[in-house]
Design a protein around this ligand. Structure first.
Ligand SMILES: Nc1ncnc2c1ncn2[C@@H]1O[C@H](COP(=O)(O)OP(=O)(O)OP(=O)(O)O)[C@@H](O)[C@H]1O
Ligand SMILES: [Mg+2]
Length: 291
């Protein structure tokens, strides 16, 4: 699973996949290797400093400063339209794919500003995987779904081992090990989402971004995803957007509360946010008085 970057070969320019996961690269190592990878458990691996985003003339995020600790689960909560997805997309530069979007400020991954001119966004997306609200497996076999990111980048690896390890980490292996050549689309919604998680972790990213990954799922599948997120945080840093307060309280270590206007109003330990927030607007939001 630890793919040596020197083994990575150059692929063509076809990074047009709507998931942003088409990790085709022209130079995987470009730009990012200069940063210090943090090693201590509470070090921030992702640090936003004064991030503002506009879509044409409309501001979606206003001066966000936030440090996401390594190997923890950080939840982003807040009412619809407050900029949570926009913020996640700043971390792996998926806003680059939206013509109207303009980002200002600095966003560090392990000490390196991902908006520096020498950073290749495609290489960045290999280090920062993403899972979306709606499960979106490709119309390919389960096995090829898992291997998609690696193959498209021409990364050599023991593919059988990657498939098995990724599916095990995504808690799907036992359910699919005898049907790896069947279509990913034949799985249930919850299984499809775990397949998408396996696909996101197969290239061995450092950070996993999850944008409402369980909101389209039934309670049992939701609880499987929640258990999984807990396990994943041992190996990855997880940033998750959720509208489900109980879910944020259950699964996250830190919670960031965004409110209308694209402001980050409070960021603290999850327990503190839910039990004794500093900000009255946060309290009102959490107790359901608005939002
Ligand atoms: N591609 C886009 N083009 C133009 N405006 C956008 C685009 N994406 C988001 N916006 C606007 O930016 C603001 C923040 O949107 P964003 O999707 O980040 O919010 P959100 O907090 O994720 O909301 P939700 O909880 O509904 O998913 C909104 O006003 C939205 O209309
Ligand atoms: Mg959103």
């Amino acid at each position: 699973m630890n793919n040596n970057e020197s083994e990575t070969t150059v692929a063509s320019d076809e990074s047009k996949d709507p998931t942003g996961e088409t990790l085709v690269d022209t130079d995987v190592s470009s730009g990012l290797e200069g940063g210090d990878r943090s090693t201590r458990p509470d070090d921030p691996i992702v640090r936003a400093e004064g991030i503002s985003v506009w879509y044409d003339d409309d501001q979606a995020l206003d001066d966000i400063t936030l440090a996401i600790p390594e190997h923890k689960v950080t939840a982003m909560i807040g009412p619809s339209g407050c900029g949570k997805s926009t913020f996640l997309r700043c971390i792996n530069r998926m806003n680059d794919l939206i013509d109207a979007a303009r980002v200002e400020g600095d966003l560090y991954l392990g000490g390196k500003n991902v908006y520096d001119a020498d950073v290749d966004p495609v290489a960045l997306r290999r280090r920062v995987g993403m899972v979306f609200q709606k499960p979106n497996p490709f119309p390919k076999s389960i096995r090829e779904n898992v291997l998609y990111g690696l193959k498209v980048q021409g990364i050599q690896a023991d593919y059988d081992q990657v498939v098995e390890e990724s599916l095990k980490r995504a808690a799907l292996w036992d359910e699919v090990k005898d049907r790896l050549d069947e279509s990913g689309l034949e799985l249930s919604g919850g299984q499809q989402q775990r397949l998408c998680i396996a696909r996101a972790i197969a290239p061995d990213p450092e950070v996993l971004l999850m944008d409402e990954p369980a909101s389209a799922l039934d309670p049992i599948a939701t609880s499987q995803i929640e258990d999984l997120i807990d396990d994943l945080a041992e190996e990855y840093t997880v940033a998750i957007v959720t509208h489900n307060m109980q879910q944020a309280a259950r699964i996250s270590d830190k919670t960031a509360v965004f409110l209308t206007g694209g402001e980050l109003v409070e960021f603290d330990d999850t327990q503190k946010i839910f039990e004794n927030p500093e900000n009255d607007r946060v309290e009102d939001y959490i107790t359901g008085k608005f939002g």
